[in-house]
Design a protein around this ligand. Sequence first.
Ligand SMILES: C[S@@+](CC[C@H](N)C(=O)[O-])C[C@H]1O[C@@H](n2cnc3c(N)ncnc32)[C@H](O)[C@@H]1O
Length: 301
Amino acid sequence: MLRTQLKVDEITTYHQSVLKDEVLELLLTNERGSYVDCTIGGGGHARGILEHIKGRLIGIDSDQEALNYSRRSLRDYFPRLTLLQLRFGQLNRLPKMVKERKFQGFFFDLGLSWHQINSSQRGFSYLVDGPLDMRMDQRGGLTAEEVVNEYSRAKLALLLREYGEEPRATKIAQRIDQKRRRGRITSTRQLAHIIAPIFPPYGRIKGLSRSFQAIRIEVNDELNQLREGLKKAWKILEVGGRICVISYHSLEDRMVKETFKGLPGGKILTKKVVRPSPEETRANPRARGAKLRAVEKARAE
Ligand SMILES: C[S@@+](CC[C@H](N)C(=O)[O-])C[C@H]1O[C@@H](n2cnc3c(N)ncnc32)[C@H](O)[C@@H]1O
């Protein structure tokens, strides 16, 4: 029922990489330099970067499935491409894992890949039924099922308010709490059916998106990872090199903006944030909320 509310073309075009030309323009300052794509996902941006440089690209993702996919789809670029399973917060380890000590640019395309969204087994989407998982890194750690069933009602309400900016957070937490007393909530469909009736039909999709986003942010510790990742990338960025970030919701964008401001020796290149053109937004619904920001290391720290 819910799935039909998303137009078919929204699903099929979801995998297109967002703001591709704008990223290349802002990120690439030296074609012989080594770059890091911290969110390789389906490899779309990575392919663009590799086509425009003569140097190396390190492709990172916390999701093993994304790395497996990119290993196949980008096989023509080896050995100029190295793939590593890392989280943003582990970027300080990078110089010990590859031959470079510093890098010419870092790129982050935040959020979920089309594969993660559409794969029912990953439990990210209220549109497809699956286990309540939502971990990008499946090697361990907290799952959405644990958050939904084991967090106190107050803690649930707080995370829905903070990470989902959800005005009906208390009501949602209350309803989850009532339902879980009758048995553990284990699937995305169960959770969607608990949350949906709180909203009028026209507000359901947005309401569900906000709650699922909030739980996903908690499960993957996304905002802390982002702040840590940007700071750690800065320390191993060459002078003259750049960090570019595409974010998709206001919490991420605020975090990027604030962290950029605090980077020593940083020059903000996007005083006005870069947004997709109306043509891109029409052709690719995923681009809708995208915001691109870039900072240059103008002088050594
Ligand atoms: C939007 S997708 C990237 C899409 C990619 N740019 C493309 O063109 O196909 C985001 C990817 O970042 C990964 N990711 C998100 N948070 C991460 C983190 N903290 N550490 C490492 N990878 C992360 C996700 O697993 C996902 O594969």
